[in-house]
Design a protein around this ligand. Sequence first.
Ligand SMILES: Cc1cc2nc3c(=O)[nH]c(=O)nc-3n(C[C@H](O)[C@H](O)[C@H](O)COP(=O)(O)OP(=O)(O)OC[C@H]3O[C@@H](n4cnc5c(N)ncnc54)[C@H](O)[C@@H]3O)c2cc1C
Length: 247
Amino acid sequence: MTFPSLHRLSFVERRPESVNVYSFIFDHGNRVRWRAGQHFIFWIPSLDLWIQHNSRAFSVSSAPSEGHIRITTRYFAEKGSKFKHRLFNMKQGDRIIAFGPLQRFYLNEGFSRHCGVAGGIGITPLRSLLVQLDADSSIAPFTLFYQNARPPIIFDEELRAIATRRPNIRVIELMDPAHIDAEALKREMGDLAGIAFYVSGSPGYIKAIEVMLRGLGVNDEQITQDGFWDFRERVVHVLRACFEHKD
Ligand SMILES: Cc1cc2nc3c(=O)[nH]c(=O)nc-3n(C[C@H](O)[C@H](O)[C@H](O)COP(=O)(O)OP(=O)(O)OC[C@H]3O[C@@H](n4cnc5c(N)ncnc54)[C@H](O)[C@@H]3O)c2cc1C
């Protein structure tokens, strides 16, 4: 059982992933336990105490098997928030505080088939899930629908390599205007009963996918979602996560 708590991480390096997309790698000294797909709230200690300037929630894009904590996000030098500027300018050895792990966005072992639906940067927790399934040589069938507005697709090569190595893992990439709809879902997944769905992306994206899934008869127990909402909902979210946490 892993309860959310505070962890001190040390910045290792920044890696470019795609246009305006970077990963930030942190060393956790083998002290942090989390399950692939979960997220933390990250706080960069600074003299600026306003929470909106120094903290953000991020899904961990690395899997526990990789031995480090990696977060992946978009960064816009001109328009980026103060938090993102601070993150982007971290130097090796700088500290960041992480609170978590939070939320039950991890493999639901009560189901025999699994389907991830990610929009844009919402791919982060699903990369973590697929990398961990690969490391565990898991045979749980997993299909990932990954929708992106335009190329290049984040983690494209890695995800394709996993799908090539593991016949039970499929990655279906969709580029605008192609998108996941009821017809595509039924065509690729067949009977939707008994499938666990993991939906990740912006709140609007998640809402649209949930409405579609419910319209197809998928019930609440089958859907896990990781909505990338903003800071106003964060306090409520943390409190809820702490009180509801059962691992
Ligand atoms: C559970 C959870 C998990 C999350 N996981 C992640 C994650 O893994 N990765 C992640 O990135 N976020 C994640 N988020 C969202 C994250 O917490 C931030 O809210 C988000 O990254 C926005 O950051 P920011 O407010 O610093 O704004 P910034 O990203 O700095 O954006 C500031 C400004 O940049 C401009 N801008 C932003 N996007 C674009 C664009 N596409 N094109 C042009 N201009 C743009 C806009 O003017 C915008 O107002 C998660 C949120 C939650 C709740």
